[in-house]
Structures are given as C-alpha cells and as structure tokens.
Design a protein around this ligand. Sequence first.
Ligand code: ADE
Length: 253
Amino acid sequence: MHIDIFTLFPDMFTGPLTESILKRAQEMGKLSLRLHDIRSWTVDKHNTADDTPYGGGGGMIMKPEPIVAAVEDIVPQDADVPVILLSPQGRLFTQDIAYQLSQNEHIALVCGHYEGIDERVIELVITDEISIGDYVLTGGELAAMIIVDAVVRLLPGVLGAPDAHCYDSHSTGLLEGPHYTRPPMFHGLPVPDVLLSGHEANIEKWRRQASLRRTWQRRPDLLLTAELSKDDKAFLLTLAQEDIEQRGMRPGG
Ligand code: ADE
C-alpha cells in the first residue's frame, strides 16, 4: 500500500511511523509512506500557508492554493485514489472504515490545522472527510497517524499471524474479553482455570462469553448490530437476569 500524507508539520510523524509494526511494514515493502510538506507548495517569500477568515472571527484558515497544488502534483487524478481530509466534521472512523481503506493500493491523507481549511479545497480535491472522535485536536496529524496505524496492521503479512486481527475488539462487532499470560497466579489473582485446561471447545466458549459480558457491561450499543447466535442471545439473557437480580428488581417490577 502507498500512503501520501500532506501536512504542515511532517516532523510530527517521525516517532510513530518509524517504530514497531509500522517500521517493519515499511521494511517488508508492505507499506510505502511519503510525507509532503504543504509549505513547499507556497509561492510567496514568507511561505504563507494560512490567512485570516473572510467574514471575521478568530483563528487562521489554511489557504487553498498550496494544498490543492500539492495534491494535484502528487496524487494521480485518474486512479481513484481516496483523498481524505482529517477533520472533526468528518464521518466517524471505525474498524469497518479501516477495513475499507485497507483494500486500496493508494490513499492520501490531508491534515488540516489552525481553525480550518478553505472550503474550496474540499470541493476541488477531497473525496472523503474523516474524524477520529467527537473532540477537537490542534490538527489532523495525530488523527492521520491513528488511521495509518489502524489500516496498515490490516494489510496481509503485516501482523505475525495471518488471522491475528480477526478476533480484535470491533472486528467481530464485540469487544474482546480479558487476556492472560504467565504466571498462573499473580498478587493473589489466578488465571481462570478453563484457560489452563487445554480443552479447546471450553476455552472458545469461555472467550465468547467473556467477550459478550464485556460488551454488555461497557458498550451495550454494539450488541444492536453484532452478529449473535442463539447461544449468544441465551447468554445475554442470563446477564440481563443477573443485572436485574443484583439491583433487587424483578422483571416488570
Ligand atoms: N482535526 C481536529 N480534530 C480532529 C478529529 N477529531 N478528527 C480528525 N481530525 C481532526
């Protein structure tokens, strides 16, 4: 996969993109990543990339000319490359969107900064707008790094085991349950017996139920869209009954 990133602050990317799995993905040739400094496409002697907003108001707006010139120079216009603006106004990033993006051979990420970006950039070169959450960052750079990380780990061969991401939280529509490693007892806290039993079917059942329990407790909204078997639904009913009993309530009471 090839990823072009357009930013006013290319140095921000140095740590996250040159360590660990993203570093390995590049060394293995699974990922080629190019950072483009938008300021290189400014034409005045002060390299001005922002200006005051028409209509007044606080903050500065990123000027359209350098961004549009940068994207037009770098991204092939005829190749259906998604050009994604990171902004709090975008659609909310999810694991599903990460999967969809990972199917592309080439994507481009444009990092907004300051108060925002001239709207004509969006009309002319942006094909998608993504937000990583309902909060406002100082710029799109951290959001771009998060998207690169979530997308690149899905590329075939990037994680150790071929199906390593299939059981991730959100890949199954549910949260993952707890994990344990050695030692079997730590500060008086034991690893659940079933995980030491070697009984694969029981372990799988325990993991599924732990995942359902955690989702029920922390993100019940996910249960509305998750794929659930008859056994899953029966287990969720027992969780609901447990909750009702703990609150000293009776159904309908
Ligand atoms: N830029 C500023 N805030 C952002 C957010 N929440 N997501 C993506 N880009 C942003």
